[in-house]
Design a binder for this molecule. Structure first.
Ligand code: BES
Ligand code: MN
Ligand code: ZN
Length: 513
């Protein structure tokens, strides 16, 4: 695979100052009062003492007050580590382990920017050690992520940071090493998902997505079935066939399966379904300039599912997990489907096509009924489905729609731990009438208002008894404004929440009777 995070993360039980590195990061707090006043954490204070108070003096000079997002670099030639980076994290009493993801990302980015080969992050002893290590490892790897594949100048592609050490004196290395390994698998899976989203559509076609799935399956002992256009037709996934019909790159339907070691006929089955539009031009309802340029990201749901399947062995869920990706290109040609077409879906319901740009729900409809036919009782789908969801929630928050309270709570709890932002939206029954067609079982679009909801209601028509959560990730799938650990472009959003969700699933944890 092409993804590119060359750095190693190592766990160290020595105190930060004893580690030889070009840079050491320590936390800076903002004090407990109303006005932010710098309060050095114990690790920072220890270094400051060695330097006779120089760090505190420079911090005061520079107005470093420990607020989140503020950083200050102090040169310390007399120490083993030549630079100390203070990273503001706000009040000590409000510090959570999740915040360390950002701190680690800032450390990796700062070291890379300064062409340093090594860095140390001093983890605070006050937090749960496993949580601190987990988030710091994730942040370090994601902070080091860059998409450089198509840059030809060596100066643009050269990478400097080789190792980031997490210092946690006295920590139980034996119990933390597996935590770090699992976090590393998860973060590298996020990096892969970002690579897939960032890659140009000429490279990531439905065919290529299927190859990536096969590589993931081979590396992780997963079953993998790929349906080409002929097998898609034989399975009567006519909606997927119709959407993909306009491109010379024919559609693919990807089905990965993970089975826990002792799986039997009673093992619960979960499906992860990801929208895999490798390019969405809109079809005959073609998108305008300004909307087309970004539409390579329309396979971000698929990337999240493939990312989760890539790291699934490290999490070892107790349930059978199906990773399902319907994939197509939505283009214009003499073979493309048209507004006015009526198409019979995989589950037999007919759909009148009123807008060829509402294609995601079509390919997902076939995939959702396929998943339920497999015997999956819990389904999560992820899709860059509607611009309307971005209008509703902004660019950083995914919309969550659910037909079951317990499954919804499981996803929201997992999201809390992964630090990804979701907001529950309603499946407003009254809007169902918007999808009525006089000549088919339904239309593929509603009216203008409530566009994210009518898209979800459309999907629900293809769900029977299964507990189902639909995640509209149109906003958070990509990022315009770079943040620590999240550069511009594909974010890999969803991978971490899916892995958290699966880790918590199992026959014992199941809500099924
Ligand atoms: N892939 C788009 C949704 C999208 C928009 C994702 C912006 C990411 C950023 C989807 O297929 C689409 O075109 N949706 C239409 C639906 C409409 C025709 C009912 C939309 O949102 O405009
Ligand atoms: Mn579209
Ligand atoms: Zn789309």
């Amino acid at each position: 695979m092409c993804f590119d995070v060359p750095m190693n993360v190592a766990l160290d039980t020595s105190p930060a100052p004893d580690l030889q590195a070009a840079l050491v990061t320590v936390l800076a707090f903002s004090g407990e009062g109303d006005k932010a006043t710098l309060e050095l954490g114990p690790e920072a204070a220890a270094l400051d003492a060695k330097l006779a108070g120089r760090i505190a003096a420079i911090a005061a000079e520079e107005g470093m007050n420990g607020e989140p997002g503020k950083t200050l670099l102090v040169h310390t030639p007399e120490l083993g580590t030549k630079r100390v980076l203070l990273v503001g994290v706000g009040k000590a009493s409000e510090l959570t382990a999740l915040e360390l993801r950002k701190v680690a990302a800032v450390t990796a980015e700062e070291a890379e920017k300064r062409h340093l080969a090594s860095a140390v992050l001093a983890l605070p002893a006050t937090l749960d050690a496993a949580a601190a290590v987990r988030y710091a490892v994730e942040g370090a790897i994601l902070g080091n992520y860059r998409y450089t594949k198509w840059l030809t100048d060596d100066n643009d592609t050269k990478r400097y940071l080789e190792a980031l050490h997490l210092s946690l004196p006295g920590a139980d290395h034996a119990s933390l090493a597996p935590v770090a390994a699992r976090a590393e698998s998860a973060a590298r899976a996020v990096a892969m998902a970002r690579d897939l989203v960032n890659a140009p559509p000429v490279e990531v076609t439905p065919r290529r997505l299927a190859e990536v799935a096969q590589e993931i399956a081979a590396e992780n002992q997963l079953e993998c079935i790929i349906y080409d256009e002929h097998k898609i037709a034989a399975e009567k996934m006519n909606l997927l066939l119709a959407v993909g019909g306009g491109s010379a790159e024919q559609p693919r339907f990807i089905h990965l399966t993970y089975r826990p070691k002792d799986a039997d006929a009673s093992t619960p089955q979960v499906a992860l379904v990801g929208k895999g539009l490798t390019y969405d031009a809109g079809g005959y309802n073609i998108k305008p300039t300004g909307a087309l340029e970004d539409m390579k990201i329309d396979m971000a749901g698929a990337a999240a599912v493939l990312g989760a399947m890539k790291a699934i062995r490290a999490f070892g869920p107790k349930v059978i997990v199906h990773g399902i990706v319907p994939s197509a290109e939505n283009l214009v040609s003499h073979n493309a489907y048209k507004p006015g077409d009526i198409i019979r879906s995989h589950n037999g319901k007919t759909v009148e096509i009123m807008n060829t740009d509402a294609e995601g729900r079509l390919i997902l409809a076939d995939a959702l009924s396929y998943a339920e036919k497999l015997g999956c009782t819990k389904i999560v789908d992820l899709a860059t489905l509607t611009g309307a969801c971005m209008i509703a929630l902004g660019p950083y928050t995914a919309g969550l729609f659910a037909n079951d309270e317990a499954w919804k709570k499981a996803v929201l709890d997992a999201a809390q731990r992964s630090g990804e932002d979701f907001w529950a939206m309603p499946l407003t029954k009254k809007l169902k009438s918007m999808l009525k067609s006089p000549i088919a079982d339904m239309k593929n679009i509603g009216e203008r208002w409530g566009g994210a909801i009518t898209a979800a209601l459309f999907l629900q028509e293809f769900i029977g008894k299964a507990h189902w959560v639909h995640l509209d990730i149109a906003g958070p799938a990509s990022n315009d404004k770079p943040e620590p650990g999240v550069p511009r472009g594909g974010t890999g959003f969803g991978v971490l929440t899916l892995l958290e969700l699966l880790a918590a699933e199992g026959p014992a944890a199941s809500t099924e009777a």
